[in-house]
Write a protein that binds this ligand. Structure first.
Ligand SMILES: Nc1ncnc2c1ncn2[C@@H]1O[C@H](COP(=O)(O)OP(=O)(O)OP(=O)(O)O)[C@@H](O)[C@H]1O
Ligand SMILES: N[C@@H](CCO)C(=O)O
Length: 320
């Protein structure tokens, strides 16, 4: 469960007094999520999400994330909007951690992903990319190719505990990615963690996007590559090219993809698989077995990486 920091009634009361949100009616921890501590706050004015930022979210990046959500919401994207305190600040502190409150979005993530969900996701992602185009701030992607080797080096002595030969496979793939990574693709604001649990649907329409705490400035197509991995594999590990085609075509109806962007998809998908393999590996070997947070399987992303290594080109994603 993603509540790393327990908030006492007194601390909550003092924190909420900094906002014009009325009286607290209820306050409870949210089980989902792995990165930050999230609470659902109900007051007589409405519902809010209170987040205390933990381990991987760097305090200096928080103004970027909070201003980005305001920017996207102002352009009509359904995403959480940060609340400003009575002093005008959106970023505050609670229990010694940076903390903020954002608006609560109604909606549910999809339990069973359909072709229609994938098409709607593609269109919503492209709309988000367009809405982010004039966001004035930028933030480098510290979990892109330059960040993978140091992440791996810290854990490689333990990788083979997860799977024999894994350390050598990762090292060889990193050599390939570092030598061939495309660096000239159209770049802009990307979400960088657009997994099904971060997208809400109403029927088959996207009704909200949450969790912008990995957002950064990078190749727009890298966001698509992350989604190819997170949305287009079935639970048995097989790749569903029809889902990929629906997602890519949904995207292309809103923002055209150049031949160069399409050609880069296989290597971007390998890189995206590497990113989640490495962060999951890190969490796998560093989270005690009895911890309340559920660890995610790094080998799921190793298998996805193997799939992309084996394809001959972007045609494997159902596109011409
Ligand atoms: N603005 C919001 N409106 C409604 N529900 C929200 C909102 N923000 C978060 N939630 C709920 O809290 C859960 C955890 O949020 P979030 O995904 O941001 O956490 P996280 O720790 O960053 O997780 P992860 O990075 O693993 O996805 C979500 O799955 C959702 O149920
Ligand atoms: N979406 C990530 C967890 C949050 O960073 C994963 O599935 O590994």
């Amino acid at each position: 469960m993603a509540v790393y920091t327990e908030v006492s009634d007194e601390e909550l009361e003092a924190f909420v007094a900094g906002y014009d949100v009325g009286e607290v009616l209820s306050f409870k921890g949210i089980a989902e999520g792995v990165e930050n501590s999230n609470y659902l706050l109900q007051t007589d004015h409405g519902q809010y999400i209170l987040t205390l930022y933990e381990k991987r979210t760097k305090p200096e990046d928080l103004p970027f994330f909070l201003e980005l959500m305001e920017h996207l919401a102002a352009r009509g994207l359904a995403c959480p909007t940060p609340l400003h305190g009575r002093d005008g600040r959106a970023l505050r502190s609670l229990c010694g951690k940076p903390a903020a409150m954002v608006s609560f979005l109604n909606g549910m993530s999809a339990r069973r992903l359909t072709l229609d969900h994938c098409a709607a996701l593609g269109a919503a992602m492209a709309q988000m990319h367009l809405a982010g185009a004039d966001f004035a701030r930028s933030r480098p992607n510290d979990l892109s190719v330059a960040g993978w080797r140091p992440l791996f080096d810290a854990e490689k002595h333990r990788a083979d505990q997860v799977k024999a030969g894994l350390a050598d496979s990762i090292a060889a793939e990193l050599d390939f990615l570092e030598a061939n990574w495309p660096r000239q693709l159209p770049s802009g604001l990307i979400h960088a963690d657009l997994f099904p649990d971060n997208v809400f649907f109403h029927g088959h329409d996207v009704s909200g996007i949450i969790d912008f705490y990995f957002a950064c400035t990078d190749a727009l197509t890298y966001d698509i590559a992350i989604c190819l991995n997170a949305w287009c594999f079935e639970t048995d590990g097989s790749f569903n090219a029809t889902k990929a085609r629906m997602m890519l075509n949904g995207y292309r109806k809103v923002r055209a993809l150049s031949a160069e962007e399409l050609a880069a998809l296989p290597i971007l998908a390998r890189g995206a698989a590497m990113r989640f393999l490495l962060t999951r590996l890190y969490d796998w070997v560093n989270t005690p077995a009895g911890a309340l947070v559920k660890r995610k399987d790094p080998l799921e992303y190793y298998r996805k990486l193997r799939f992309h290594q084996g394809i001959s080109g972007p045609g494997a994603y159902g596109i011409e």
